[in-house]
Write a protein that binds this ligand. Structure first.
Ligand SMILES: [Zn+2]
Length: 135
């Protein structure tokens, strides 16, 4: 299960201080409401626009009662996406509002055309006002 850290909208801020205490991770089980245990974490890569990829840690909690594991994903990330939400929003906005071609957007962001196509196809409808992170 994934829990979204709504206050974590900035990649740099998250990456500079990704400590558990500051993130205030919710540690009660959403199923049985008992206190969950820290369950380590894993690393993920994020791309926040031009520049290098960031390697960030994603913390996890485990419920010993029902066996549920929760990953605490910052709000700038979507599950299974390397590109940060603000960048996806910008790609879709360029395509929808400005009518720029997929090829030109790929050049603008210096990414593969297939990546742009994926973003546009998958997030075209959900980004009328942008995905959640951008507000
Ligand atoms: Zn539980």
């Amino acid at each position: 299960m994934i829990s979204i850290l709504q206050n974590e909208k900035d990649v740099n801020k998250y990456n500079n201080n990704p400590c558990r205490k500051r993130l205030k991770l919710k540690d009660s089980c959403p199923i049985c409401n008992r206190k969950m245990h820290s369950h380590g974490g894993y690393f993920r890569y994020v791309w926040a626009g031009k520049g290098p990829y960031f390697k960030i840690i994603i913390y996890r909690h485990y419920c010993p009662e029902c066996g549920l594991t929760i990953s605490h994903l910052p709000a700038f990330l979507l599950p299974y996406h390397v590109i940060a939400v603000p960048v996806i929003n910008e790609i879709v906005r360029q395509y929808k509002s400005n009518g720029i071609s997929i090829r030109s957007i790929a050049k603008l962001f210096d990414i593969a055309r297939s990546t742009v196509q994926h973003c546009v196809r998958k997030h075209m409808d959900s980004t009328v006002d942008g995905l959640q992170c951008s507000t």
